[in-house]
Design a protein around this ligand. Sequence first.
Ligand code: PMT
Length: 409
Amino acid sequence: MLKGRHFILGITGGIAAYKSVTLLRLLVKAGAEVQVVITPSGKEFITPVTLSALSGKPVICDFFTANTGEWHSHVDLGLWADAMIVAPATACTIAKMANGVADNMLVTTYLSAKAPVFVAPAMDLDMMAHPSTTANIERLRSYGNIIIEPASGELASHLIGKGRMEEPDNIVKVLEEYFTAKKAVDNSPLNGKRVLITAGPTYERIDPVRFIGNFSTGKMGYALADEAAARGAEVTLVSGPVSIEPKRPEVKVVKVESARQMLEACEEVFDSTDVAIMCAAVADYAPAAPKEQKIKREHQEVPVIELVKNPDIAATLGHRKREGQMVVGFALETDNEVANANEKLIRKNLDMIVLNSMRDPGAGFGTDTNTVTIITPDCDSVSYPSKPKSEVAADILDNVVSLMERRLT
Ligand code: PMT
């Protein structure tokens, strides 16, 4: 998995620099091309001669080679690399990376790198625990950098501690896993596709403090959004009021409250969408005239709330879709499950419907699991056993992909 890949190995001035020699050796053994970039203080710990002998390339430390005046282009280096690994990363270098202090070749290269950056911190425990260091590490994480800390096994936490640099063979494992996952994403039929997902309930206001809603928590829709993003899709998640967040930062969340707002948000992106998955539990009715002020118990008889029909978002998009677009609906049923789901599939002009029943324990609202039957107009339905919603999301997207592929042939 690492064969033929280009890595920049950034080495900074910490005692763990001796481990970088092993890391370099492992990367070269795996068939990777490695360019070492070392900080001036890194050279105090490990000699460039050892590193260049192992990598087969001159080690870069300065912006210029002193005797020839040759300029080292950090921009070209940043473009050449498939990944940059900073190991060990001292508190000082982490702080510089987090704040863009480009006063050496390593940090300058980091700022120019277009490839993913892996950072293996190494310092004593107190430095690692200092709020300044933890804040800088969080900052690097928020830039999308991958922080490689030692696995929090008993040995690590008791004897050696969190500040220890991760072992080189584990760093190689992290890189292998990363590139394996990347390959899967690159090959995924959903890679680069635009996917719209609705999730959660809608709230239909009665007055400023009350609403008509339902028990949806968003778990199923958010699991779908995370899974689609993991497969490389560009995901827009239109979400009713819930208390969860997507796990994957790439998911674009549009928060709405009511069915009308949800429809508006969906219509805004639908034309450029490849697949829309309507997982939200949308209220079918809304109060005709929500009150501006709180309805007071003391001032009146028991109020009668007149309702009006909400728009059907799935049906609207289903009837508006152009060739090549796919609209997937859900059906949450309490009786006549399959017949009702089939009826919704046709009436809403959907390409697929995911049936879940309130009669199945561990299915539907709020649970961490779901039990679904996936029905398409052109093939038999397939029923799955109860599974975590993350796995149900994967099953649904597998069915979406296989329908996409069937339609292409
Ligand atoms: O959020 P969780 O707690 O994880 O629960 C998940 C879930 C039970 C909400 C989810 O699995 C589910 O079944 N979502 C659809 C719930 C629902 O409203 O089903 P329905 O049979 O009433 O609607 C059929 C389809 O039309 C659905 O795709 C729904 O999103 C859509 N619809 C319904 C009404 C409406 N006004 N507009 C719509 O778009």
